[in-house]
Every structure is written in structure tokens, then in C-alpha cells.
Design a protein around this ligand. Structure first.
Ligand code: NAG
Ligand code: NAG
Ligand code: NAG
Ligand code: NAG
Ligand code: NAG
Length: 495
């Protein structure tokens, strides 16, 4: 009788013990990985290379904050789940369904967007779950050079209307939502709540010369994306557009409680990843911050650990974008950053860190990396891909940090497009032409260039220290038009 319980207990004790041991180990490994990644991205590791002026320091701290986030957060997750099912090759034989469309942007207005130290802060707790992800890495051996793909010239179904030709006309039916009807406008874009009194900037419609861009119909859009994932990937300008999309869609939502972030997150500057669920339509509208689309990393030069940009590797978050149905990318502003521009001991390919590489070369390489990722991992049958051209900023009388302002702009500008032609622009154009998968360009550069009145200026974030924001856009406002273009493109293919 005595023996029975102990006989019975032993295996249970043993089981409990092994479980405890097992999970402790898992935890330790996870923590260690996280800590290592974090250490690599630590600012101190990299001091000597940064500038000495206030500006340089400011920029540096901005970049560091973000690097840290990406490196630590992405790193932890990735390491745990590198599974590497390379189904990319399967996709490569699929030919594009339609030729897509828009003529390519010719200006790539990279400006000094440093004022969004959109410190995506501490997102290390961010990378937990993502049930559906099994990370797939694109090996160098898998990479195809862009020229491997068939050229997209001679494609049919070209969208005939050139949406870049047009003008802004006053339309009292706008805006399509208000700061009160949309709970998702973050502080930096919520100009009305921050005291901006004029209203006209919300009431302009981009009237194309050769066709009509239909008004955004939230019901129709939600029907269009029913059961699907719409994913925005890029910098804070893309986030601007993503928030606009959420707000526009809210216009057709009867019960706001049925729209929520998957993990209950509030939209704040401190976070860079969100998945909003529209329950009634079983669709998700997501945003993932990625300033360069390629991987922010760290490496060793001699004894020193430095932050690097792996221009030969797609961003660590890519597994989260992959199975989206609609993907909207952008990148641009961060390529004019101090460090990016200087390019000293910063760009990395394989084990090599370039002692110095021109930012344009690095940009070209990075965009090519992005392009081949798209070609290898995205099925054009499932996913519609957009790339949003760069949004112009409108600082007058200085740069963002030297007193530049846009506060006195209340009306759209008339006349001709002012921004200068950029080499990077040509590169994007060239790379997109060589891609196998069709990518639709959302050519917003020119039309936004006419809208100096659309920026938050002093009505952005409250703690702006007198620095004006002439790069982001008030919501409601100009990004709503970008989404109308997106809506237009989606309809012109599916209908
Ligand atoms: C600060 O940087 C400038 C160039 O950016 C350099 O000429 C100067 O020597 C530096 N000063 C110090 C104290 O490092
Ligand atoms: C994109 O828009 C700009 C300005 O509106 C225009 O100059 C450029 O040609 C457009 N890109 C293409 C490929 O049409
Ligand atoms: C960015 O800022 C630097 C100095 O602050 C300036 O020299 C450079 O011309 C600016 N670049 C652009 C594209 O405005
Ligand atoms: C919306 O803006 C008005 C000013 O136009 C402001 O009084 C109100 O507090 C704002 N509401 C929200 C929810 O931000
Ligand atoms: C939006 O689309 C729905 C469904 O197609 C339609 O019933 C409704 O009238 C449209 N709304 C507007 C304002 O056009």
C-alpha cells in the first residue's frame, strides 16, 4: 500500500522536472539571443563614428533608437524560427496577370526627414507570436538577378489614365472623416486636435485630367478586402497613409468596437507594428515599420561593434509581410540620414562592410534586394503589390532643424512641379521595370508637391521644441488622396 503512491508519483515528478528544465532552457536561450542582439545595437558601441554637431547627434540618436528596435526585436524572433521553406522558386514560374500600370515616378524626393524621430522605441516585446509565421530566409544562392525575369515591356491592360496629370479642386464633400469619427489618428498627424484652426486643407480633391478617380467608398473597399490582409510596410510616411486608410474604412463600420488591434495596442510613436482587425469583414489592415526595407544589423570591425545596413538582405520582418493580399511599400527618407548618406563603415554585404559606399549605390543594391525578394517570395496570383513614391516635404527658409517652416501655407500651390529630379528615382524606376512580378507605382510625389498646406507644421507633436513638421501630413488630408489612388488601382484591376 505504501509503495503504490510513490510508484505512481515518480513519473509525474520526473515529468514536471523535465518540463521545468525544458522551459527554463528555452527561456534562457531566448533571453540570451535577445540580450546579444540588443548589445550589438547599443549606441555606445558605435560612438566614435558619429558626428559632433548637434544635428549629427540628433540624427544619430534617432537612428540609434530605431536600429535598436529593429535589431533587438527582429533578432529575437528570427533566430527562433528560421525554418527556411523555400517556396519562392515555385512562384517564379507564374507570370504576371496584368501588366500593371502606372508609369513610373521620375522624382524621388529624398529629403531630410530627420524630424520624425519616430523612435519606434522599444519593441522587443513585440515579436512574440505571429502564429502564422515561419520565417523564410532568402539565401544568396537563391537570389536571381533582376534581369533573370522577363521584361515587363509590352504588357497589356495598361491603365490608360495618367493619374499624375491633374489639379487640386475644392470639394465640400471632403473630408471623408473627422478627428472625432476616427480614433486612430496619432498625435503627430492630428492637427485639429492640436489646434490647427483652418479647415480648407481637408477639402481638396485631386482631379485628374483624363479620368475621374472615384471617391473612396469604404463599404466597397471593405468588400474588396473581405477576408484579406492589407499590409503597409515602410517609414512614417507610409504609416501616415496606413492611418488614413484605417480612418477611411471606419466610415463604413457600424460598430467601432468591432475594429481593434490584434493585441490591443494603442497607436503610439513608440510602436511600429500593428494589425487591425475589421471583424465584420474578417480582414486585417496592418503596418510594419521598415525604414530601409533591408535589414538593420550590426557587425564587428576589429574590436568595435558597429551598426550596419545589410543591403543584401531583406528586412527581418519580411516573413510577416509575405502572405499579405495587398502590400504597400515605401522607403526613401531615411536614405538621406547622416549615417546613410556618409556611408562609412555602414553598408554590409555578406561578411564585408564597405569602408565607404555611396548612398546611391547602396540604395540601388538595397532596392534590388527588395525586388528579388518580391520576385522570389510573393505570388502575383495572391498578392497585389504597390510601391508608394516619395512624398515631398515643404520646408521654407531653412531645413527641418534650422528653422524651416511651412506654417504660412493655407492653400495648394499652383504652377509647375518644383521638386527636382532625383537619381534614386531613376533607380527605382529601373529596378521596377526589371522585376518579374508586377508592382504598381503609387505616384504621389507630384500631386503632393502641390500641397504645402497639408503638413502639420506647428500642429504636429506637442513637444516639438519649435521644430515644424513639414514632412508628414495632417489627417484628414493629403494621404486620403493617396488611398483614393490605391482604391482606384485596386478597382481598375479587379473590376
Ligand atoms: C567635427 O566634425 C567636423 C566635420 O564634420 C570636423 O571637421 C571637426 O574636426 C570635428 N570636430 C571635432 C571636435 O571632432
Ligand atoms: C510621376 O509623377 C511625376 C509628377 O507628377 C511625373 O513627372 C512623373 O513622370 C510620373 N512618373 C511617371 C513614370 O509617369
Ligand atoms: C539634408 O541636410 C543636409 C545638411 O543638413 C544638406 O546639406 C542636404 O543638402 C540636405 N539634403 C536634402 C536632399 O535636402
Ligand atoms: C477634434 O478637433 C476639435 C477641434 O476641431 C477638438 O476640439 C476635439 O477635441 C478633437 N477631438 C478629438 C477626439 O481629438
Ligand atoms: C458605396 O458602395 C456601396 C456598395 O457598392 C453602395 O451601396 C453605396 O451607395 C456607395 N456609397 C456611395 C456614397 O457611393
Amino acid at each position: 500500500m505504501e509503495k503504490l503512491p510513490s510508484f505512481h508519483n515518480k513519473p509525474i515528478k520526473f515529468l514536471v522536472f523535465s518540463f521545468t528544465l525544458f522551459f527554463s532552457l528555452i527561456f534562457l536561450i531566448f533571453f540570451w539571443t535577445w540580450a546579444m542582439e540588443d548589445a550589438t545595437a547599443h549606441p555606445q558601441a558605435n560612438k566614435g563614428s558619429s558626428g559632433n554637431s548637434t544635428k549629427a547627434v540628433l540624427e544619430e540618436s534617432a537612428l540609434v533608437g530605431v536600429d535598436k528596435d529593429v535589431a533587438s526585436a527582429g533578432g529575437a524572433m528570427q533566430k527562433g524560427s528560421e525554418v527556411g521553406i523555400k517556396d519562392g522558386l515555385l512562384l517564379s514560374s507564374i507570370t504576371p496577370l496584368d501588366g500593371v500600370s502606372v508609369p513610373y515616378v521620375s522624382k524621388y524626393n529624398v529629403d531630410n526627414l530627420t524630424e520624425f524621430r519616430e523612435s519606434v522605441g522599444s519593441e522587443s516585446a513585440d515579436e512574440e507570436e505571429e502564429e502564422e509565421e515561419k520565417v523564410q530566409e532568402l539565401d544568396d544562392s537563391d537570389r536571381k538577378t533582376p534581369s533573370d525575369g522577363p521584361s515587363r515591356t509590352g504588357e497589356k491592360n495598361k491603365v490608360t489614365c495618367d493619374i499624375t496629370k491633374g489639379k487640386w479642386v475644392k470639394d465640400e464633400n471632403y473630408p471623408l472623416y473627422t478627428n472625432a469619427s476616427c480614433p486612430f489618428i496619432d498625435e503627430g498627424f492630428n492637427c485639429q486636435a492640436n489646434g490647427r484652426a483652418d479647415r480648407d486643407y481637408m477639402k481638396w480633391k485631386w482631379q485628374t485630367q483624363d479620368c475621374d478617380i472615384p471617391r473612396f467608398n469604404a463599404t466597397k473597399m471593405l468588400e474588396l478586402i473581405r477576408g484579406k490582409r492589407v499590409v503597409f510596410v515602410g517609414d512614417s510616411i507610409n504609416r501616415n497613409q496606413w492611418e488614413s486608410m484605417l480612418c477611411l474604412l471606419m466610415g463604413a463600420v457600424k460598430d467601432p468596437r468591432k475594429v481593434y488591434e490584434a493585441r490591443g495596442r494603442k497607436i503610439t510613436k513608440e510602436r511600429g507594428n500593428y494589425r487591425f482587425i475589421f471583424e465584420d469583414y474578417k480582414c486585417r489592415v496592418e503596418f510594419y515599420v521598415s525604414h530601409f526595407l533591408v535589414r538593420e544589423s550590426a557587425s564587428r570591425i576589429g574590436r568595435r561593434r558597429v551598426q550596419t545596413l545589410r543591403i543584401d538582405r531583406i528586412d527581418k520582418g519580411s516573413s510577416r509581410w509575405r502572405r499579405a493580399d495587398i502590400l504597400v511599400f515605401n522607403t526613401g527618407h531615411w536614405w538621406s540620414h547622416h549615417k546613410t548618406k556618409a556611408g562609412i563603415n555602414y553598408y554590409q554585404e555578406g561578411d564585408q562592410i564597405h569602408p565607404q559606399l555611396h548612398v546611391n549605390k547602396a540604395f540601388h543594391r538595397a532596392l534590388s534586394t527588395w525586388a528579388s525578394w518580391v520576385d522570389n517570395y510573393i505570388s502575383p496570383r495572391k498578392t497585389r503589390i504597390f510601391f508608394t513614391s516619395s512624398a515631398p516635404s515643404h520646408f521654407r527658409g531653412g531645413l527641418w532643424n534650422t528653422g524651416g517652416q511651412c506654417r504660412d501655407a493655407f492653400l495648394p500651390r499652383t504652377g509647375t512641379v518644383s521638386s527636382q529630379y532625383s537619381e534614386k528615382n531613376l533607380m527605382v524606376e529601373e529596378i521596377m521595370r526589371q522585376m518579374r512580378n508586377p508592382v504598381t507605382l503609387l505616384n504621389i510625389t507630384g500631386l503632393s508637391d502641390f500641397r504645402p498646406d497639408g503638413h502639420p507644421s506647428i500642429y504636429g507633436r506637442k513637444s516639438s521644441n519649435g521644430i515644424q513638421d513639414c514632412s508628414h501630413w495632417c489627417l484628414p488630408g493629403v494621404p486620403d488622396s493617396w488611398n483614393e489612388l490605391l482604391y482606384y488601382h485596386l478597382n481598375s484591376r479587379i473590376v
